[in-house]
Design a protein around this ligand. Sequence first.
Ligand SMILES: Cc1cc2nc3c(=O)[nH]c(=O)nc-3n(C[C@H](O)[C@H](O)[C@H](O)COP(=O)(O)OP(=O)(O)OC[C@H]3O[C@@H](n4cnc5c(N)ncnc54)[C@H](O)[C@@H]3O)c2cc1C
Length: 405
Amino acid sequence: MQHVDIVVIGAGQAGLSSAYHLRRLGLTAGRDFVVLDHSPRPGGAWQFRWPTLTYDRVHGMHALPGMELSEAGVEADPDRPSSGVVGDYFAAYENAFGLRVRRPVHVRAVREAPDDPRLLLVETSAGTWRTRGVVSAAGTWDRPFWPYFPGRRDFRGRQLHTADYPGPDSEAFADKRVVVIGAGTSAVQHLLEIGPVAAHTTWVTRREPLFREGPFGSEEGREAVARVEERVRDGLPPRSVVSVTGLPMNEAIRRARESGLLTRHPLFERITPEGVRWPDGHTVSADTLLWATGFRPVVAHLAPLRLREPAGGIALDGTRVIGDPRVHLVGYGPSASTIGANRAGRTAARGLLRLLGQDTASPAPEQRPYPVPLRGQPSPKDEGTGTAEGVLAGGAAVRNAVPVG
Ligand SMILES: Cc1cc2nc3c(=O)[nH]c(=O)nc-3n(C[C@H](O)[C@H](O)[C@H](O)COP(=O)(O)OP(=O)(O)OC[C@H]3O[C@@H](n4cnc5c(N)ncnc54)[C@H](O)[C@@H]3O)c2cc1C
């Protein structure tokens, strides 16, 4: 059994930001807190993203707090896969701040210590940690959402999820008839890539996709965040960013819509061995079904704490779990973006230090008061011109963040 004040679960943007702020507040990695991650390499979920998601195609990605990409000495070639760029950046960041991430360590369960209800036990593949607080920053990548449809098992073709998307060059798409299901950014990106190589594509969504024309200012961002936060505060499952903001329009999307590639069809009724069938009886034959149906928060390890509300989500006040103040969720709901994760990490670190009864009034000086944009993104000072996701997350942080002194 090992003892630390705080265990951080996950070393993606959310976990590293939390660790950075814990360290900045005076805690030492490896002694006062530990960061555990079950992935093989640095990079959080970015290490698993498909090779054609090159660095120039990532939108709205913000630097981790305290060190920008150029300072990390990482080669940020726009044509390089973002998995490599971000992986190298996170590795350099972990080293620079001595965060001593333990990997691969899989967290199986967090439960109350039977002999002391103030403490938690974090049970892992590398033993058990006894701790006073937990930051759960496990992301969503490990929990792809596959909606139920009758007939899915009988389909004779191939079925993939965004989590397994290999890029358009795969045999799953070349000269194949592909049905893409989902209304988010991933679905649109997949269609733009697959369209030119596939024999035929069909786009299916539950609701009419909402394309957002025109600027998305901080006012709209704050309103959208308020809606996501309200759900999370009420213990409802968080919704995706795009469900609140709509899909940002750009030139490639405009052209794809004009060409018919982004013509949307309503949801089919069932999957047949050969394809999909709608309630009026018409069918589309398919070789591949690509499910771009999103991800759900990875929270199964918290199940012994019984945090889930009857409404299906975990109720939060900022990042703190309302039902258990020893647990903070970062990268969840309104903080599920790179900039949102940055700021939520700071909120969680400060919240836990308060819980531990340690003074957080005078954090060590930071190199910069705000995270530095990674590539052409606005700083939080000029949020109004950012991407939907950046602005959305920025709005969340404005509401939640403890001001930097
Ligand atoms: C396809 C896609 C594209 C995106 N594009 C953008 C974008 O352009 N801009 C943007 O701002 N945001 C984007 N996002 C969202 C963004 O990636 C995340 O919100 C952000 O990086 C925060 O990540 P995170 O740390 O919460 O999660 P992750 O990066 O997923 O990190 C979670 C970590 O927890 C670890 N973990 C999980 N479970 C356990 C366990 N039980 N035990 C131990 N370790 C565990 C994982 O190994 C992982 O390293 C995108 C998301 C997706 C899915």
